[in-house]
Design a protein around this ligand. Structure first.
Ligand code: ADP
Length: 462
């Protein structure tokens, strides 16, 4: 700045001296004045041109560096450029933070919508758009109340009381595939609102299942309990002879047994749900487990025979394919035996006397263990098959109760098999019979070589 003033006055002085000595005018002062005026104009034009260069550079958005200028204007250009760069960096970093923040909200399993004070959508993440059927591009700046037409939401939004959430039908809800969305509004800023949405379909279904389960258990226990209480009352009020007493006591025992079996099955299910996954290191010989199941099945057959006069026993056969000889399975032995026994006892209980039940253990083409129970019983029609493993689901309630069923057997089997990484399959033809089978993965199998020899070497199939 000082250099600039100094130079300006220096040129004025030079101009005054030149004018005074060389301009042949009336007075030497007039010559000095005219030359100074001329120098001042040139100086002004030169300076204005430099100033306009800076101004033009600022006007076009000064993306590139400032024009090359010395002196005051050059320094001013440099400083503006530096400030501008700083400002640009701050903008970029806040843009980046905003993008990171929005990306994080996009990744959230919950839906988020920002609503302006006038009710227009400012921003929405994909989850919220899917929940409510909002098109991210088309519906920005649309009034949210025009898009979410559910009356529950409409009255909630109008109430201005947002201390609770409401549940509405989701955008793609169908009768056979309902979608339930919970949403809540949170006011913030200047009349703005934040809407959070989440899919509560599974939660609601679990709640319905819990309620059904409690109702089913109460019903299952209440029935034998009522019968039992009736017998007790009869025995208290009536004088019964010894035969009648024995008969009543037997009936009471059967109801008590029914309740006991139900409680045992319920405990088994709850234990299965709460216990850790079965070990993959403890191996059990399939032949041994089959032997235990066969003994149990023969016991059940003799019990059935002793309960019914003229009972024609089932033809029960066990088949161990040569490939599955020496097979060992890793897992929980008690659970596996209970799954196998459940399938065998179902086949015996539901197949009329004299029918055939065939149990087999094989290795399938994928190298998995395939355990199957085939019967020549009544069969099950196709519409029941998908629901058979639901708790308390029965095709024929009276037959199930008659044979001491609880409606929990297949639920237990499915649970056990899933815990061991396997799959349960059911095939049935009405009037012809059924095949209940499961597979367990290769990773849980191994073979003990030469069971009857002294060699103890083991060979894994996994
Ligand atoms: P339950 O204790 O009543 O036998 P399960 O869960 O074991 O309960 O079986 C559910 C239902 O599936 C049974 O009530 C019965 O209607 C049907 N079911 C199971 N196994 C057979 C089978 N082998 N043949 C015909 N129906 C069967």
């Amino acid at each position: 700045m000082f250099v600039r003033i100094y130079l300006y006055f220096f040129f004025l002085m030079v101009g005054a001296v030149v004018g005074e000595h060389f301009l042949p005018l009336t007075t030497p002062w007039l010559g000095a004045f005219l030359v100074d005026l001329w120098i001042a104009v040139i100086w002004f034009l030169y300076d204005a041109r430099r100033a306009y260069k800076i101004l033009d550079w600022i006007k076009v958005g000064h993306q590139n560096g400032p024009p090359f200028l010395t002196g005051l204007w050059g320094e001013m250009g440099e400083r503006v450029h530096k400030l501008n760069r700083l400002h640009q960096q701050e903008l970029e970093s806040s843009d980046r933070r905003l993008m990171e923040f929005l990306t994080a909200i996009q990744a959230s399993p919950h839906g988020v919508i920002l609503i302006k004070a006038d009710g227009k959508i400012e921003w929405s993440n994909k989850t919220a758009s899917d929940h409510l059927g909002i098109d991210l591009l088309r519906d920005r700046e649309q009034i949210i109340g025009n898009l979410v037409r559910d009356p529950i939401y409409q009255s909630y939004a109008a109430s201005n009381v947002y201390d609770h959430e409401v549940v509405i039908e989701g955008h793609q809800s169908q009768i056979n595939k309902p979608l339930r969305i919970s949403l809540q509004l949170f006011p913030y800023g200047d009349g703005r609102r934040l809407m959070l949405t989440r899919d509560v379909t599974a939660l609601e279904q679990a709640e319905v299942m819990r309620r059904d389960f409690v109702a089913n258990v109460s019903h299952e226990i209440r029935t034998p309990l009522t019968v039992l209480a009736g017998f007790v009352e009869t025995m208290q009020n009536l004088k019964l002879n010894a035969d009648e007493q024995t008969r009543y006591l037997m009936l009471m025992q059967s109801q008590a047994n029914r309740m006991q079996t139900l409680v045992e099955d319920l405990l088994t299910l709850s234990k299965l749900e709460g216990s850790p996954m079965p070990s993959g290191m403890q191996f059990h010989l399939v032949e041994q487990m089959l032997k235990i199941c066969e003994d149990e099945a023969r016991g059940l057959l003799s019990a059935l025979a002793s309960n019914q006069e003229g009972f024609k026993p089932h033809q029960l056969s066990f088949d161990l394919s040569p490939l599955s000889l020496g097979l060992e399975v890793a897992g929980n032995k008690a659970e596996l035996i209970s799954a196998m026994s459940n399938l065998i006892s179902n086949a015996l209980r539901y197949t009329p006397a004299g029918g055939e039940v065939h149990v087999s253990s094989q290795i399938n083409e994928d190298g998995e263990w395939l355990f199957s129970v085939q019967d020549t019983g009544p069969g099950i029609s196709a519409e029941h098959l998908p629901r058979l493993t639901e708790r308390f689901y029965r095709v024929d309630r009276s037959r199930s109760r008659e044979t001491g069923g609880t409606g929990l057997g297949l639920a237990i089997v499915k649970h056990v098999i899933q815990r061991h990484g396997g799959e349960l399959s059911i095939q049935s033809v009405l009037g012809r019979g059924s095949v209940f089978a499961y597979t367990l993965p290769k990773s849980r199998l191994r073979f003990t070589v030469a069971q009857n020899s002294d060699t103890q070497s083991e060979q894994s199939v996994a």
